[in-house]
Design a protein around this ligand. Structure first.
Ligand SMILES: Nc1nc2c(c(=O)[nH]1)N[C@H]1C(S)=C(S)[C@@H](COP(=O)(O)OP(=O)(O)OC[C@H]3O[C@@H](n4cnc5c(N)ncnc54)[C@H](O)[C@@H]3O)O[C@H]1N2
Ligand code: MOO
Length: 404
């Protein structure tokens, strides 16, 4: 793969990469408590309606609305709290009832207690209700047999609640990819140790590992690799035994200290290298033994941007997710820029919502080594290759909080 070949666009690369990845075929049953962020391996339907029976939406009195045509005062014939099974309502009486309690048969209305006066076992309704008021109908949330979850849907907090509300406690999910991280570079020192001359702390591992965890993926191994071809091949081989996805960081550009793509070419298959994006140009993708290989550039911002734009959709596809896109929206540029790039640029920007719309401003330092630019930004604004920016231009915007 020549370094002079025309660079692929992000879209071309993403299509190629996704086309060469198939979802994992293994599935497992997991309990609801451990199903967060997993992907459903099958459609799941409700076996019961929710609510399972008509119930009171207010503390008050259950009655037949027609009885109030004769008299506003009715004897209270029973007391129904949540969790009880009521008797059918005797004609011409009211039932004391509490929020969530089943409405007795023959009652068609619940009057909230603020609109009633109770004395000596009788209730007087002081404000006439509409028939049917304050009753939550059986199945009004979910009808029996309806589809709760589709195959390929990621299970978030609301989906887990929905499953629990129908009594489901075990969910079929697609197996999780196992990810191994390899940090390359003789300069790396672990946080907590002493920094000696020429060294820097390894920060990439912690960002990338946390981003994987936020996706619900296990990082099963992480290792340092020194800058040598043999060490890189051997580290990749060991990683491939433990994981079905290997993510390397650094050592993937053009210098003679960069061994990752040579190691992958020698023992595996390098399918893609170098993209027309900034930051992130030297991103690489391929296979090593039976594992997918993703080579992130070492610069901290380049590593994050390529992980989010390229590796995240691939991991989601492996996890069986039907939706792998980073949702984007259009915003207005609150700045002008004459500088143009021969790569599509992903600027770290902050977002301000105004009555006229969403406006973005770029972080002052856009170098791919400036990690603080990420923490102080709301997302990435996309500047097409070769374009200047004029204040007021519409830009595509990828919000960090749309994906984690
Ligand atoms: N002659 C060329 N040089 C470079 C090119 C090029 O096309 N031709 N591309 C540049 C671009 S763009 C990028 S991005 C970088 C990426 O290079 P590598 O992926 O080979 O990364 P390294 O050289 O190993 O490291 C780059 C930078 O990042 C720091 N780093 C590495 N690992 C970590 C870590 N775990 N935690 C924190 N920081 C890390 C490393 O010390 C370097 O400063 O290449 C350009 N060069
Ligand atoms: O791609 Mo590099 O990430 O431009 O610094």
């Amino acid at each position: 793969m020549s370094s002079r070949a025309a660079l692929l666009s992000l879209e071309q690369a993403r299509r190629q990469l996704l086309a060469s990845i198939a979802p994992l075929t293994d599935t497992e049953m997991v309990s609801l408590a451990s199903a967060l962020d997993r992907v459903a391996a099958a459609d799941i339907a409700a076996s019961i309606p929710v609510p399972p029976w008509d119930n009171a939406a207010m503390d008050g009195y259950a009655l037949r609305r027609a009885d109030l045509e004769q008299t506003p005062t009715l004897p209270v014939s029973q007391r129904v709290a949540a969790g009880m099974q009521p008797d059918p309502l005797q004609p011409g009486t009211a039932a004391r009832i509490f929020t969530g309690a089943p409405v007795p048969d023959h009652a068609d209305t619940v009057v909230m207690q603020e609109n009633c006066e109770q004395q000596n076992g009788q209730v007087t309704v002081v404000q006439l209700p509409e028939r049917g008021e304050n009753i939550r109908r059986q199945g009004s949330d979910i009808s029996a047999g309806s589809k709760l979850i589709e195959k390929g849907q990621r299970l978030g907090p609301f989906q887990l609640g929905l499953l629990a509300s129908t009594g489901i406690d075990q969910v079929p999910v697609v197996a999780k990819p196992k990810v191994a991280l390899l940090m390359t570079g003789d300069e790396l020192v672990e946080p907590g140790l002493t920094l000696t001359p020429g060294k820097i702390f390894n920060s990439n591992q912690y960002v990338i590992q946390a981003l994987c965890q936020r996706m619900g993926i296990d990082v099963v191994a992480s290792d340092h690799v020194v800058d040598s071809l043999d060490a890189t091949v051997s580290a990749l081989s060991q990683a491939a035994e433990k994981a079905n996805v290997i993510i390397t960081m650094g050592g993937v550009s053009a210098g003679e200290e960069d061994h990752v793509k040579d190691a992958v070419s020698r023992e595996g298959e390098l399918l893609l290298w170098k993209l027309a994006i900034k930051p992130g140009k030297p991103f690489a993708f391929g296979r090593f033994a039976d594992s997918h290989f993703f080579g992130l550039p070492g610069n901290p911002v380049s590593a994050v941007v390529t992980l989010l734009l390229l590796v995240r959709p691939a991991l989601l596809k492996l996890m069986g997710a039907a939706e792998t896109d980073w949702p984007e929206r259009w915003v207005e540029a609150g700045f002008s820029r004459d500088q143009v790039s021969d790569r599509e640029e992903y600027l770290r920007v902050s977002l301000k919502s105004t009555p006229e719309g969403d406006v973005v401003q770029p972080f002052s330092r856009q170098s791919s080594g400036v990690l603080s630019s990420l923490g102080q930004s709301d997302g990435l604004a996309v500047i097409p290759k070769g374009n200047k920016v004029k204040k007021g231009d519409r830009l595509r915007f990828l919000a960090f909080n749309a994906i984690f």
